[in-house]
Design a binder for this molecule. Structure first.
Ligand code: SF4
Length: 289
């Protein structure tokens, strides 16, 4: 791997080429920006994070009718909702392989957090303070969600509950990382509403593009972006920018999204890529096979 300062200057060039929009528009975070109240923002961000997989337009089609049903104050609506209300809100809803019953479970899970902790902030603060490590935090969150689904929505197949509440070491828990990023990182468009997140816990939302490039650049190995993979990427990003480890991940994913870099070496545009001075594969060989 090239020297860190060389990576830093290449990534700065990449970040200038693909600056992160200050206001999200093609991102599930855009839904959260519709709300002013911090409790509503937390509830909508958490809810949307469960569904943050697939194409952003498909996510929007799934989320829009749900937010319509929750009304202008989603946090209050959930606190006051009866099980019948929850059933009514999810009636006829489906997103890909997530059926209405699973969405009912997600809403009931969030409502239960609000009942018991009064706010998602209080719930997550308690989870963070009770966890000796980031991995322990993610595992506790996932296991608690799975147990809740088993008890309260037993008709939801176990495989779907496991998808909604992944746990290390098999998963990098990307959607939970995304939610935590939105709520804790203080640089726009992230909201930075929660100040209790430990600086040493670098939780990277590893999507398919970041995973591909991390392998290509030798930042991480393994075919599956699991928890160890996430930790490897996190340690490189933390070394590159200790004060803001998630500074570059948006720009990196844009390399894949905008097809500057491609799984097929012959389609890569290395000649105009800001990473060509540090990338070990500008000539086109592909370590991912
Ligand atoms: S292979 Fe080429 S296009 Fe891909 S990151 Fe490296 S230099 Fe950029």
């Amino acid at each position: 791997m090239a020297e860190l300062p060389n990576w830093r200057s290449a990534l700065e060039a990449l970040a200038r080429r693909f600056p992160r929009p200050q206001t999200p528009w093609d991102d599930p975070l855009a839904f959260v920006y519709r709300y002013e109240d911090t409790r509503d923002r937390a509830v909508v961000a958490y809810l949307v994070s469960f569904l943050a997989f697939g194409h952003v337009r498909a996510i929007a089609r799934a989320v829009e009718p749900l937010l319509d049903r929750l009304g202008p104050r989603p946090s209050q609506a959930l606190v006051e909702a009866s099980p019948t209300d929850l059933r009514r809100w999810v009636h006829g809803w489906r997103y890909r392989f997530i059926p209405a019953e699973a969405l009912y479970g997600i809403l009931a899970w969030i409502r239960d957090r609000l009942d018991r902790w009064e706010s998602l902030e209080a719930y997550f603060r308690a989870q963070v303070e009770g966890s000796p490590s980031l991995r322990d935090f993610a595992e506790t969150h996932g296991q608690a969600g799975r147990q809740f689904f088993q008890r309260r929505v037993p008709d939801v197949p176990r495989v779907k509950a496991r998808f909604l509440f992944p746990v290390p070491p098999r998963s990098a828990c990307k959607r939970l990382a995304l939610f935590i990023r939105w709520m804790t990182r203080p640089a726009p468009p992230d909201l930075g509403l929660w100040d209790f997140w430990p600086r040493a816990w670098v939780f990277v939302p590893v999507d398919t593009h970041l995973a591909f490039l991390a392998r290509l650049w030798g930042w991480a190995d393994g075919r599956v972006p699991d928890w160890t993979f996430m930790e490897q990427v996190a340690s490189v990003l933390a070394a590159l920018c200790p004060e803001d480890p998630l500074r570059y991940d948006y720009a990196i994913t844009q390399l894949g999204i905008r097809r500057l870099c491609h799984r097929r070496p012959e389609l890569r545009r290395c000649g105009v890529c800001p990473m060509r001075s540090v990338c070990p594969y500008p000539a086109g060989s592909d370590p991912s096979g």
